[in-house]
Design a binder for this molecule. Structure first.
Ligand SMILES: Nc1ncnc2c1ncn2[C@@H]1O[C@H](COP(=O)(O)OP(=O)(O)O)[C@@H](O)[C@H]1O
Ligand SMILES: [Mg+2]
Length: 325
């Protein structure tokens, strides 16, 4: 079994706003192993991006509780200098909209060379050679020409490939990709996902892939964490999750997933919406959208229990205490 690379332990990231405390991420624990693609899935507003931003230490206010261990060291306790050595070096990030992460006034080449020079002891010439190798590696032809281009001269798919090249420039152990293909059309999306799969295979990189799209999960994941309203409500290896989903929310997501080549009259969507994270009680946050809601679900939060298949679910339907009521 692969070694643990990142361990989220009881992470709590709350925001204090004039309207109240937003519990964006509330007591979240899960583990990313070496060489594994872990997908975090859930509807918009469930806390996926805040989880990733907490890991990258990109939030203005730090998490209020928990630990994020990277190779055993707590990222949340590191000073700014140490964290900046890890960020972009051992952990790289790819965002949804590459245009906003690329600097419009710098050439593509300069933007790949910069992190290489920052983190590695190489000359500018060596960094340039490495940058051109990386542009080739992410499947862009005529790399030397692209090296001297500006972001606006490239298509969205090409820009996302460049973001991946930048992410790879320092041989990271983990790539965090937050909805990396959401802004792209389906053909380009498939190409970018292929590229990420190749990279993982080639370099044994771990990937934390955030998506609201179960189609992407099916294509990419080894392991899946389902988030709902700031909590992990289910997690399992991908095949187990798709064959044997347990949480009514996960079942709803699967039902809502369009099946390619299959005619569907109307795409199912889970009734209701993700609750306001300011108004969450100590109960199951999904109870008011759940067709199996019992009394206990409105009164008490279900624990994230583990069953023998290595499948975890936080739902009273699977707990003795829930079955009795
Ligand atoms: N800086 C912030 N201040 C207050 N609330 C925030 C902040 N960032 C995110 N949130 C809230 O936290 C919740 C989770 O957000 P997010 O992690 O972006 O969701 P997801 O990525 O799953 O769509 C949302 O309700 C969002 O409005
Ligand atoms: Mg998000």
């Amino acid at each position: 079994m692969a070694k643990d690379l990142v361990e989220f332990r009881n992470l709590k990231t709350h925001f204090h706003t004039s309207a109240g405390t937003v519990k964006a991420v509330d007591d979240v624990s899960f583990t990313i192993r070496e060489g594994e693609t872990l997908c975090v899935v859930g509807e918009s507003g469930c806390g996926k991006s805040v989880t990733a931003m907490s890991l990258m230490r990109l939030l203005e206010v730090p998490p209020v509780g928990g630990e994020i261990l990277f190779e055993g060291k707590d990222l949340l306790q590191m000073n700014k200098r140490d964290i900046s050595m890890i960020r972009g070096n051992e952990i790289a990030m790819i965002f949804q909209e590459p245009m906003s992460s690329l600097n419009p006034v710098l050439t593509i080449g300069e933007q790949i060379v910069e992190p290489i020079m920052l983190h590695q002891l190489v000359t500018r010439k060596e960094a340039r050679t490495r940058a051109i190798e990386l542009i080739n590696l992410v499947g862009i032809p005529r790399a030397e020409k692209i090296y001297d281009s500006y972001p606006h001269e490239l298509s969205g798919g090409m820009r996302q490939r460049i973001m991946i090249a930048i992410a790879l420039s320092c041989n990271p152990k983990l790539i965090v990709a937050d909805e990396p293909t959401t802004a792209l059309d389906v053909t380009i999306q498939a190409q970018i996902l292929d590229l990420m799969r190749d990279i993982k295979k080639k370099f044994n990189t771990s990937i934390m892939l955030i998506t609201h799209d179960l189609g992407v999960v099916a294509e990419m994941a080894d392991y899946v964490v389902v988030m709902y309203a700031g909590k992990v409500i289910e997690e399992a290896p991908v095949i187990e999750l798709f064959q044997n989903p347990k949480h009514p929310y996960t079942k709803g997501l699967l039902k809502a997933k369009p099946v390619i080549n299959q005619k569907q009259d109307r795409l199912y969507s889970i009734p209701g919406q993700v609750p306001n994270p300011i108004e969450l009680g100590n109960n199951c946050h999904f109870h008011d959208r759940c067709e199996f809601c019992m009394k206990i679900c409105t009164e008490k939060e279900p624990p994230l229990g583990l069953d023998p298949d290595g499948h975890k679910v936080a739902c009273w339907l699977y707990e003795e205490e829930g079955k009795q009521k």
